[in-house]
Design a protein around this ligand. Structure first.
Ligand code: HEC
Length: 208
């Protein structure tokens, strides 16, 4: 028993010796930069900071975020922040359609949907409701934009608002009741600039 441990130790030393000598041989003969003590300390400091960040958010190789730190979940918008933008764009959309700035209306539809992208990370379980809301309430509204039909737009706009408030209620926020807008959230856009839906290059009718 003892003999074999001894033998193992000798073998290990032998193998280490080969590996180490191999290493030193494979090093380039010239241009070995020997770091000055101060730059080595700075490197160490940077490495330490990278390690601390990786512990919080995962690393570039894809080690997953451990779910305990607040770095991603605590700093990525959930509903309150995204809904602020969403609601503003939705009210502005009304004035764009009313003023005949159809490209602006199409553009606002696009980015109000996009405003919720963050929730794919922070609210995965709400994605089905969002998708069905888009299909049932936003798509028909966009169709009226495509037709530049303000009467149909206004009718659908109010129906969509009922859908907004139904979701608020279902999620425990019945006190967030959105009414038809009295004025745009962004008062500095030209809502009566006459444009075509297609003037917004990403305009696409739903399902096309
Ligand atoms: C999928 C569900 C859902 C839909 C659909 C939805 N909302 Fe919301 N909304 C929420 C939730 C949840 C909150 C509460 C925010 C929170 O607690 O994080 C909210 C809050 C809001 C707020 C208050 C934001 C703030 O804190 O300042 C506004 C404004 C708003 N929604 C507008 C709208 C409008 C307009 C629509 C329709 C065009 C709409 N929402 C559709 C889920 C939804």
């Amino acid at each position: 028993m003892r003999k074999s441990i001894l033998l193992g130790g000798v073998l290990l030393l032998f193998v280490l010796g080969i590996v180490l000598s191999g290493c030193s041989q494979s090093q380039p003969p010239v241009a070995q930069s020997t770091p000055t003590p101060s730059s080595a300390a700075a490197d160490q400091e940077v490495l330490k900071r990278i390690e601390a960040i990786e512990k919080k958010v995962g690393n570039v190789e894809g080690t997953p975020f451990n779910g305990k730190d607040i770095s991603i979940l605590g700093t990525t918008p959930m509903f309150a922040l995204t809904m602020r933008e969403y609601g503003d764009r939705y009210s502005d959309m009304f004035f764009a359609a009313k003023g005949g700035n159809w490209a602006l209306a199409a553009y606002l539809d696009h980015y109000l949907r996009k405003a919720l992208t963050w929730t794919k990370v922070t609210k995965p379980l709400a994605q089905d409701s969002i998708n069905s809301f888009n299909k049932t309430y936003l798509d028909p509204l966009l169709v009226t934009v495509g037709k530049k039909d303000f009467k149909a737009f206004e009718e659908q706009y109010n129906k969509t608002l009922q859908g907004c408030n139904a979701c608020h209620k279902a999620m425990g926020y019945g006190f967030v009741e959105i009414l038809p807008p009295k004025e745009p959230a962004d008062k500095h856009m030209d809502y009566s600039k006459k444009t075509e839906p297609k003037d917004y290059k990403d305009f696409k009718l739903p399902g096309s």
